[in-house]
Design a protein around this ligand. Structure first.
Ligand SMILES: Nc1ncnc2c1ncn2[C@@H]1O[C@H](COP(=O)(O)OP(=O)(O)O)[C@@H](O)[C@H]1O
Ligand SMILES: [Mg+2]
Length: 381
């Protein structure tokens, strides 16, 4: 067994997930055990500056360059804190796998711009702050061979959850929601995975603007509201939901400009109705995504993770939109819903260090199997 650290900071900017994991073997034989997990707050000033880089009107190359280093230094502080809490030092850790903070993701060509992606949090800076071998920049290799660079977690989903007995859909509800279909008895090539659309992103934006709160705890506000039909129709008729998979999306499509426009248009509606409608929209588009995978979902199990899995009302709506499906969460299988993505990057990093490919071509659209990530080595005695 090796000890490793996984670091994930998603599109929600709600915090940095750091997981300490025991890991051994590869691919379907991979065995993992979570030793500790913590979500660390993103330091306020850094968060404010990251947010301003996500907006094309306020982004600034000097800031981006500096943040690329500062974010790694923050990740290193957080990792040290988790190690200390466990009585461990750098020498006990075989490797760190870090996703980084996505600053921009262009899955498809737009005009002269080629498909590309940028995650901040440089691997060498992280490796040398911690004195631990670090794997970072997981998405670029897949894009270099024609993939969309996302989603990458399906590989880990397949390793941990594929079954010979049951059809499974893994659902992660972060800022964006994504699904991974694990065909009963299927191979890695049978995996279907894509972003269904916004997860918490629009709900959070509305909560921030209307209630000055970061999110709708448990969905308690949405539960009190009613569906605004014209808004709901407008949202679900968005082009994205008609696209075939593989497909991926992000703040570029459903970020602040998108949400702000809607809020302006529907500003006379009741606040709780807007939250309810955004929550229905997420549940409905997840269910539409599941139906893109298979028309008949009887006997399917849907296993949710990500912060949105704490939104009880969202999960209830999802069960209603997907009556034939058994909806559960990874907690039911002993895996903390918040730790799953960081754990997935440990699994990917482990493959990288073993010289094995871990992109799922059917999910990203890549033309070739590739080894993901860049390895930053350090001198260890
Ligand atoms: N108790 C809760 N009730 C409702 N929503 C929650 C709760 N806890 C977390 N969330 C939602 O989950 C989000 C964080 O999810 P996460 O999986 O970390 O997303 P990302 O990968 O985009 O960072 C929060 O911004 C919030 O919207
Ligand atoms: Mg998060």
């Amino acid at each position: 067994m090796k000890l490793a650290i996984g670091i994930m900071s998603g599109t929600s900017l709600d915090g940095v997930d750091v997981v300490l994991v025991q890991i051994k073997e590869n691919f379907k034989d991979t065995k993992v055990k979570i030793v500790d997990f913590k979500t660390y707050p993103i330091e306020k000033e850094i968060k404010r500056r990251i947010i301003s880089q996500l907006n094309l009107n306020t982004s600034n190359v000097k800031e981006i360059t500096s943040l690329n280093f500062e974010i790694s230094e923050m990740f290193a502080r957080q990792t040290k804190s988790l190690l200390e809490a466990n009585g461990l030092t750098s020498e006990d850790i075989s490797f760190v796998a870090s996703h980084g903070q996505t600053i921009y993701h262009l899955p498809k060509e737009i005009g002269d711009l080629r498909p590309s992606t940028l995650q901040l949090g440089d691997g060498s800076v992280l490796a040398n702050n911690l004195n631990i071998t670090t794997i970072s920049n997981f998405r670029t290799a897949d894009m270099a061979v024609g993939g969309q660079g996302a989603p990458l977690v399906p590989y880990a989903d397949y390793c941990l959850y594929s079954s010979d007995k049951v059809e499974r859909i893994m659902l992660n509800i972060g800022g964006i929601a994504n699904v991974t279909y694990l065909k009963k008895g299927g191979s890695l090539d049978d995996v279907i995975a894509f972003d269904t659309g916004p997860g918490n992103m629009i709900i959070n934006y509305f909560m921030e603007k209307l209630y000055d709160l970061p999110y709708d705890n448990n969905g308690d506000i949405a539960k009190k509201g009613e569906l605004i039909k014209p808004l709901f129709e407008e949202l679900v008729n968005n082009e994205y939901f008609k696209l075939p998979y593989p497909k991926s999306t992000g703040r570029e499509d459903f970020g602040s400009s998108f949400s702000e426009e809607i809020l302006n248009k529907y500003k006379n509606e009741k606040k709780e109705d807007l939250i309810a409608t955004a929550t229905h929209f997420t549940a409905k588009t997840i269910s539409m995504g599941c139906k893109l995978i298979c028309d008949k979902l009887e006997g399917f199990e849907l296993i949710a993770s990500g912060g949105g899995a704490h939104n009880a009302y969202l999960l209830k709506l999802l069960s209603e939109y997907l009556k034939e499906v058994k909806v559960t969460t990874t907690s039911f299988y002993g895996l903390n819903v918040d730790a799953k993505e960081a754990l997935a990057f440990v699994i990917l990093g482990n493959e990288t260090l073993s010289g094995k490919s871990s992109n799922v071509k059917s999910a990203t659209g890549a033309k070739k199997d590739v080894i993901l990530g860049q390895i930053s080595n350090v001198i260890t005695k």
